[in-house]
Design a protein around this ligand. Structure first.
Ligand SMILES: Nc1ncnc2c1ncn2[C@@H]1O[C@H](COP(=O)(O)OP(=O)(O)OP(=O)(O)O)[C@@H](O)[C@H]1O
Length: 339
């Protein structure tokens, strides 16, 4: 059950079934781990935010779900279940067909996703799969595009193009899952707000689940039901937005939230925290693993680190609605400081 439903649904409602369940997913690039043992689930109509600093594995996780990893990437998973079917057990062609027809992807940079030499409206007609395009555009307040049949992509703003691409991804095929990997990175705050409103509108109208990757915690607070926090390829904490923002249990999540000057500030990206970069941490961890110790990847930067954290990697612990990977997850922050 997600946060929004939690406030309004009667207690007797059956729990909504998961649309997507990822179990113990690992992705390596030429032997270097990028995603390490990630498990998550996404329910129909739910928006799950994925946050974490650059290089933490967010895009790789999305690409593993859509099945479009570059050559040289190696994927292992205990399971990748989509709408009741185990994708890893299907013949590759069936897997590709399900992914292509039922998972929509909103690109990060709209300008580079369209052909520059063909009018936008014509490109939309190629892809929209026979729906009434005028109706689709009117539903989301973009009917005016129909009056511009000769305009090429460069005649549109980034925000207009992004909203058109979201319409294509979400309405034309009506996928069950939309993956949006930082779709507002290149947009200013006002246009970003329009794009977020459009996504919420589409979710409410059509009910796709949305996996929304962002560096911006304010966006998470605004549109997501649940959030997953990634660090060095691990999902270190996940849970309802209300829980994570008010009582984060992982020290990395707490550091991210503390770095926000005001919880309501818009447009702030997650900067790397002072100290080691993720790449340095991963390298030092790999050296540690070779030397026989493989502790928590966050230990070198952790303000509440224990000796144990350098030696033993924490396993995920379920605590109420949260799943946390931290040896100290059960302690209050005050107790951690006193220790
Ligand atoms: N095609 C690739 N070949 C080799 N390594 C890659 C490739 N793509 C990503 N990586 C590495 O995998 C790790 C995870 O990268 P990924 O892009 O998934 O992180 P991210 O959290 O999405 O970062 P960002 O927020 O900057 O997009 C990084 O160490 C990155 O350098």
């Amino acid at each position: 059950m997600n946060d929004r439903q939690a406030t309004g649904s009667p207690v007797t409602d059956p729990p909504p079934a998961d649309l997507l369940t990822v179990s113990d997913l690992h992705v390596d690039y030429a032997g270097r781990p990028a995603v390490r043992g990630v498990s998550l689930s996404l329910r129909r109509g739910e928006i799950l935010g994925l946050v974490g600093e650059s290089g933490s594995g967010k895009s790789t996780l999305c690409s593993a779900i859509t099945g479009v990893l570059p050559a040289g990437a190696r994927v292992r998973a205990a399971g990748l279940r989509f709408d009741g079917r185990e994708l890893t057990e299907l013949p590759p062609e069936d897997m590709r067909r399900i992914r292509a027809s039922r998972i929509g992807v909103v690109p990060q940079r709209p300008m580079t996703s369209l052909s520059p030499s063909t009018p936008v409206l014509r490109q939309m007609r190629w892809y929209h799969d026979g729906h009434d395009l005028a109706d689709l555009l009117a539903q989301v307040g973009l009917r005016a595009v129909l009056d511009r049949p000769r305009d090429h992509p460069h005649r549109f703003s980034g925000g207009q193009l992004q909203r058109l691409l979201i319409v294509l991804a979400a309405l034309a095929r009506q996928p069950d899952l939309l993956i949006a990997d930082e779709p507002t990175t290149t947009l200013d705050a006002t246009v970003q707000a329009q794009v977020l409103r459009l996504l919420l509108d589409l979710r409410d109208r059509l009910g796709p689940a949305i996996l929304y990757v962002t560096h911006d915690l304010a966006v998470v607070a605004q549109i997501c039901d649940r959030v997953g926090v990634m660090y060095a390829g691990r999902l270190v904490e996940s849970g309802p937005v209300s829980q994570i923002f008010t009582a984060p249990r992982h020290p990395y999540t707490r550091a991210l939230l503390a770095a926000l000057p005001a919880r309501t500030e818009r447009g702030r990206r997650l900067g790397a925290m002072p100290g080691h970069t993720v790449a340095e941490v991963t390298l030092s961890r790999e050296r540690g693993a070779r030397a026989g110790s493989a502790g928590c990847a966050f230990a070198p930067r952790c303000p509440v680190v224990l000796a144990r954290c350098h030696e033993e990697e924490p396993t995920p612990i379920t605590m109420g609605t949260d799943v946390v990977r931290c040896h100290r997850a059960g302690e209050t922050p005050e107790a951690e400081e006193d220790a």
